[in-house]
Design a binder for this molecule. Structure first.
Ligand SMILES: Cc1ncc(COP(=O)(O)O)c(C=O)c1O
Ligand SMILES: [Zn+2]
Length: 524
């Protein structure tokens, strides 16, 4: 049958049914559904032959630049039921400077920070809320690490649904404001997302009309997140990259991207090998990494989960087995990164590329750094990193101290700033290219510096200007004194410390407080 055959009615969505990836049971997609009786999340399935009859990559090119351009592969049946704030088609940015710095010149970043509500959560919320409303749901309830709550309450407001949101007290403060602004019934819990989940489940049991839309407990959020994978393929000219690196909490985005690419393969819109998928977690909460390293099919709950990349604080995800399956099946891997390393790369991406990314996205760059150092990534690899949100949600990750000038004062003359400011942080990578701190501070261009030891994991030191500690507590970290020079700001001397990747070596001794030179203090 050819495309556009008049005998076959066109359908906005080719959704056919839901199926259980664990036990294979088929479920009706036109009723409100939660998980399978076996406890597994349900996955939406489409009549891909119908999709192929109705659409082609060429047709898609003429559609609006939002995620609804893939409507045949999305679950909303009636175009009039689409609830949109203009989400989708985020840029796939080449990052040449960061790529050079990491030794991965073909480095791209899908920048989800530009979506409504500032994170990729808008995709899941747009599709999930639209479909819930289409099926007659009048109120949604969910636990969240903050960003999903902000997104779902916004889309719920747009759809005229009530929303009940519960988030840990530690979730980013701005996401509370977003929920309140959207009219959500918001509660904070003195605990983690699992505790919020228990409260939500219990409340939904007592509230008729509320749907529990906890991650993977309803089947359509993943369909929204899937569109990241569809867009990446389309933006590459209907081609798949070699590697996709994803910051993994609940893992929905990674499962969604994998699902999207498999659907495109089946449609014949892309061909070749699936990208190797990389799940990135924070060292303070890395259940999937631990399971992957053990070759396990499921993760164990991570005790005492804590990371600055708050969205990754998921001690045990319902869909962990699907994440692990995707990693094993694509020849991918799982990587844990220290908070200090991801914070350092958050700054590095902003410094080199001008984009202020969220700490979850930054974790992916720290992971690329590790994977390149270990040889898992090569210089030839085309690597797509998902930056899942804007850094603006996490202002506390970058301490922005600046000199306050009296209104009658003046800006210091350039010559007055004859210092070089360097930031260093202990690095887990044991790289060869070492330089003694002594060498560094003796360098003639650092006119103002005191010898400053730098071998403290997580402590950033500005040599010669002012210390900036961006990680308040000392964390466990490499104690061998290997440090990576992260940032240099040669304000005067030409070519001084030009490469940002010079490696420092310092004796492994703790530092209480960095010294500041008299001149510098006077400047402050
Ligand atoms: C900014 C950000 N990135 C990544 C994640 C993890 O997402 P996923 O559940 O798809 O693993 C979250 C979850 O809260 C998040 O807020
Ligand atoms: Zn099942």
């Amino acid at each position: 049958m050819s495309r556009g055959d008049p005998a076959v009615p066109m359908a906005y969505s080719a959704l056919s049914h839901l199926d259980c990836p664990r036990c294979g049971t088929r479920h009706d997609a036109d009723r409100v559904q939660g998980t399978c009786a076996c406890g597994s999340p349900l996955l939406a399935r489409y009549d891909l032959r119908q999709v192929a009859r109705q659409a082609s990559p060429g047709d898609l090119a003429g559609r609006p630049a939002d995620l609804w351009r893939y409507h045949e592969l999305l679950p909303v049946r009636e175009p009039g039921r689409v609830v949109s704030l203009g989400e989708g088609m985020t840029p796939l940015l080449a990052l040449p400077a960061m790529g050079r710095a990491l030794g991965v010149p073909n480095l791209l970043m899908k920048d989800e920070g530009q979506l409504p509500t500032g994170t990729f959560k808008a995709r899941g919320a747009a599709v999930g809320v639209s479909r819930a409303a289409e099926l007659g749901v009048t109120a949604i309830a969910m636990p969240t690490n903050g960003n999903a709550g902000a997104a779902w309450s916004a889309y719920a407001a747009r759809a005229g649904l009530r929303s009940l949101i519960v988030m840990p007290e530690g979730a980013p403060g701005i996401t509370r404001a977003a929920c309140v602004a959207a009219g959500a019934e918001l509660y904070l819990v003195d605990g983690l997302i699992g505790d919020a989940g228990r409260l939500v489940a219990e409340a939904v049991g007592r509230r008729p009309g509320y749907q529990n839309v906890t991650t993977l407990r309803e089947p359509y959020r993943i369909e929204g997140k899937k569109t990241m994978g569809l867009e990446i393929a389309e933006q590459l000219g209907w081609r798949m990259p070699g590697v996709i690196v994803y910051p993994t909490g609940g893992g929905v985005g990674l499962i969604g991207i994998d699902k999207a690419l498999r659907e495109l393969l089946e449609l014949g819109w892309v061909s070749g090998a699936l990208p190797r998928l990389v799940a990135v977690q924070a060292a303070g909460c890395a259940p999937v990494v631990r399971a992957f390293q053990a070759g396990a099919t499921e993760s164990e709950p991570w005790p005492g989960a804590k990371t600055v990349a708050f969205g990754l604080t998921v001690p045990k995800a319902l869909g962990d087995f699907l994440v692990l399956q995707a990693l094993y099946a694509t020849g991918g891997t799982a990587v844990a990164v220290m908070d200090e390393a991801l914070l350092a790369d958050q700054r590095e991406v902003a410094r080199l590329e001008g984009t202020f990314i969220c700490p979850e996205g930054a974790a992916c760059f720290a992971a690329v750094r590790q994977l390149r150092a270990s040889g898992w990534l090569s210089e030839e690899d085309e690597v797509v990193v998902l930056n899942t949100g804007t850094g603006l949600i996490y202002p506390e990750t970058i301490p922005a101290r600046a000199p306050v000038l009296p209104s009658s004062g003046s800006i210091p003359a350039l010559g007055r700033q004859g210092t070089v400011s360097l930031a260093a942080v202990a690095d887990a990578d044991h790289q060869d290219d070492e330089l003694l701190v002594g060498d560094l501070v003796d360098d003639p261009i650092i006119t103002d510096a005191q010898p400053v030891p730098v071998a403290v994991a997580g402590q950033f030191l500005d040599v010669g200007v002012r210390p900036s500690r961006i990680v308040p507590e000392r964390r466990e970290g490499p104690q061998d004194g290997h440090c990576r020079l992260l940032r240099d700001r040669p304000k005067l001397a030409d070519g001084a410390f030009a490469p940002s990747e010079r490696i420092l070596h310092a004796p492994p001794r703790p530092v209480s407080s960095p010294k500041i030179s008299a001149t510098t203090s006077a400047m402050l």
